[in-house]
Design a binder for this molecule. Structure first.
Ligand SMILES: *Cc1c(COP(=O)(O)O)cnc(C)c1O
Length: 356
């Protein structure tokens, strides 16, 4: 029993629902959390083992070994890169660095479920700017939502859970229309799966004085369990983020695995190609069956089913397939192997037969 009362900021924060797959290993097809289905390569695992022999020492103060590697990759200076235990932590640090109590953060909505938790937990208010009819971030609603209390705008591109992406010129025009004293956080957790997005585009965004690009090793790099994210931004933004960042943001094995993974460009291409192939198949086949499916530039697809979302999720569950259900809104299905895609299509076909 405790008589302690937590901060009033905690009132009304939504919970973070886990993809069902991770709760129940009983699922044969774990398509609920946008993870990579393949384990890390032997070289990447060996790098972690090697680092363990030095576990008596503290790791890099700011993860410098990894940020130097990333800076090289993106053609940036090391002062333009920050790393931490997941890009969600970097997002939280940006909000804490730039927002005071009661300040507003605008985000397209529906978007990533962690945003309300992170923004609300930091004492700021998330202002939701509705997506357009194609489930894309809508520059009009974003700009309309920006007011005198707005300190930051989050643009999730490609957007989770809808999978849609803004074209680079649309994104650039939107960013240019946002006041320069508002921080623009571009969450690019799925950028590697988006054929239009290139490394150089991210580096270009990061060179703008009011933009922070967030990336992660959790999705296309297949290292979700190691919790590694990075931020590309102007040195002043990186400095503000690091001013609120506790020291030693990444454990040594995580740094070692990320650096080793960066050396395996072929592995990245394999994972990205598989996701792109499987998402195209799923989208085409599900649309042929008559289901609504949004365009996707990510490693998942979005079925905007409104009130039918829970019903279809249950059907998947009965077939041993874990997906992410957003009750009353839609179902998000992560791309997996060809076998996973076949299972998804078989489950939907059967559900359809029953309805006839
Ligand atoms: C998965 C995801 C993240 C999480 O990244 P971590 O680096 O694992 O914290 C961030 N943003 C979005 C939109 C995601 O879907």
């Amino acid at each position: 029993m405790t008589s302690l009362i937590p901060s009033s900021r905690l009132e009304g924060l939504p919970g973070y629902g886990r993809g069902r797959a991770t709760d129940a290993l009983a699922f044969r097809h774990r398509l609920g959390s946008n993870e990579c289905d393949a384990p890390p390569s032997a070289d990447v695992i060996a790098a972690a083992y090697t680092s363990l022999a030095g576990a008596n020492r503290y790791p890099d103060l700011r993860g410098e070994t990894l940020s130097a590697e990333l800076a090289r990759r993106f053609g940036l200076d090391a002062t333009e890169v920050a790393v931490s235990a997941g890009s969600v932590v970097l997002l939280e640090q940006l909000v804490r660095a730039y927002c005071d109590l009661g300040d507003e953060v605008v985000s397209g909505w529906r978007s990533y479920e962690a945003y309300p938790i992170i923004v609300g937990g930091a004492g700021a208010t998330l202002v939701e700017a509705p997506l357009d009819e194609h489930h894309r971030i809508d520059p009009k609603t974003i700009l309309a939502a920006i007011g005198p209390a707005t300190r930051a705008v989050i643009l999730c591109n490609p957007n989770n859970p809808t999978g849609t992406a803004l074209a680079p010129d649309t994104l650039n025009r939107l960013i240019e229309a946002i006041p320069p004293d508002v921080l623009v956080i571009v969450d690019e957790a799925y950028a590697e799966f988006n054929s239009a997005a290139t490394r150089q585009a991210s580096a270009g965004l990061a060179r703008r004085g009011n933009v922070a690009v967030l990336r992660t090793f959790s999705k296309a790099w297949g290292l979700a369990g190691m919790r590694i994210g990075y931020c590309l931004a102007d040195p002043a933004i990186v400095g503000a983020l690091q001013a609120v960042q506790p020291p030693f943001p990444l454990p040594a094995p995580a740094i070692a695995m990320a650096v080793a993974a960066l050396g395996d460009e072929a592995g990245l291409r394999r994972r990205v190609t598989q996701a792109q192939v499987q998402r195209t198949t799923m989208i085409e086949e599900l649309r042929a069956i008559g289901l609504p499916v949004a365009e996707s530039a990510a490693n998942f697809i979005w079925l905007p089913l409104d009130e039918d979302a829970e019903d279809l999720s249950r059907q998947f569950q009965d077939h041993g397939i874990a997906v992410r259900c957003f009750a009353g809104a839609g179902v998000r299905i992560t791309t997996g192997t060809e076998t996973d895609t076949d299972a998804v299509l078989a489950a939907v076909t059967q559900a359809n037969e029953r309805l006839k």
